[in-house]
Design a protein around this ligand. Structure first.
Ligand SMILES: *Cc1c(COP(=O)(O)O)cnc(C)c1O
Length: 361
């Protein structure tokens, strides 16, 4: 317990210590099974129980309605950038994309290979320090769907509202804030997330898709890329990432034990507020995100110069606060504080920020 440092990595990211301990305890032999979860068949009864339990826990935690399917896929959020349009964007159709950072830009790039793309709004001119407001969105009522990124992992901005798209299906890349707060899943046609930030180890991609969206897939695309194939086969068309699904289930149970998403959101807000307050305390640190777009998951800030930023990251690592160097496209410091990130780590960072400022400010 004593040799774990505070891991501020943007992803793969920290997992709850309780979860790691349980996985460790049962790694050699799952209770009642006599084999490791690393060894069991995805067609076996013990795994059926794991994947079905995982889905049941997801439905309970996220309030996922019966109108929506849960898919356990691979290829990361990055493959979803391609699969979403391949399934849902007709070649002669057009989709609206809200561009709020690097990940939305990558989603646009892949969608353009498939069909028409209209940029509903972009905050690139503001160096992505904020997300677009509802009144800034230019939405096409005939669009196949509207796509947006709920939390911009690199820039540290987050949508604090759900875009109103009328009758046009809404699709969200929620990789870096999924289940960090309550979400009305029924309002979305599709939500996808690489699981390695908030929910599980790497190798698993979660897709939540409404039944309506399963009717549109052209049969010409490769079988493995068709959502309906994975839905019909309950994510067992081919071998799923067994271990990642198992760990996700442990994480979901941990989240339920915390009191569900409302309680998790409260804790996340409290953690983020502490760091933002310490950024705002004096002029030494400058937050990257505009006040109304600040992310509760990735807190980005600058120091007076790059030399001090390097020094900050280096000394923080030496003090047991790791992974704070910002993404190369923003620079500065990024503290990723997902669901599983302990509040004690936030307190340690806040103290470190004060001490660093006292010595260097
Ligand atoms: C990390 C991330 C991605 C990329 O995820 P992969 O699983 O590595 O493909 C996409 N979108 C967002 C918002 C992310 O944070």
């Amino acid at each position: 317990m004593t040799n774990r440092i505070f891991n501020f990595s943007a992803g793969p990211a920290v997992l709850p210590e309780e979860v790691l301990r349980e996985a460790q305890e049962h790694l050699l032999s799952l209770p009642g099974v006599g084999m490791s979860v690393l060894e069991i068949s995805h067609r076996s009864k013990p795994f059926d129980e794991i994947i079905e339990g995982c889905e049941a826990d997801l439905r309970q935690l996220g309030g996922i309605p019966d109108t929506h399917r849960v898919l356990f896929l691979q290829g990361g959020a990055s493959l979803q950038f391609s699969i979403v349009p391949m399934n849902l964007l007709p070649a002669d159709g057009s989709a609206d994309y809200i561009v709020s950072g690097v990940w939305s830009q990558k989603a646009v790039k892949e969608a353009k290979r498939v069909g028409g793309v209209k940029i509903a709004a972009s905050t690139e001119a503001d160096n992505f320090k904020r997300v677009p407001k509802q009144h800034e969105l230019t939405l096409d009522p005939n669009a196949a769907y509207v796509h947006y990124t709920t939390n911009n992992t690199i820039f540290g901005t987050q949508f604090h509202y759900r875009p109103d798209t009328g009758n046009v299906p809404l699709i969200a890349d929620a990789s870096s804030d999924i289940f960090s707060e309550p979400i009305e899943v029924g309002k979305f046609a599709l939500i996808y997330a690489g699981a390695q930030k908030n929910l599980a180890p790497a190798g698993l991609t979660l897709v939540i898709i409404s039944d309506d969206m399963l009717q549109r897939t052209p049969s010409s695309i490769p079988t493995m890329l068709q959502y309906p194939v994975h839905a019909e086969n309950k994510s067992l068309y081919n071998t799923p990432p067994v271990f990642a699904i198992y760990v996700m289930r442990l994480v979901l149970r941990w989240l339920l034990k915390q009191g569900g998403l409302a309680a998790v959101a409260k804790a996340n807000q409290r953690k983020a507020d502490k760091i933002y307050a310490s950024i705002d305390r004096t002029g030494f640190y400058t937050g990257h995100a505009a006040a109304d777009s600040r992310s509760n998951m990735n807190v980005t800030f600058r120091l007076p110069n790059e030399e001090l930023e390097k020094k900050f990251a280096k000394e923080a690592t030496a003090a047991g606060l790791d992974g704070l160097k910002g993404h190369r496209s923003v620079g500065g410091i990024r503290a990723s504080i997902y669901n599983a990130f302990p509040e004690a780590g936030v307190d340690a960072l806040v103290q470190f920020m004060r001490d660093f400022e006292a010595q260097n400010g």
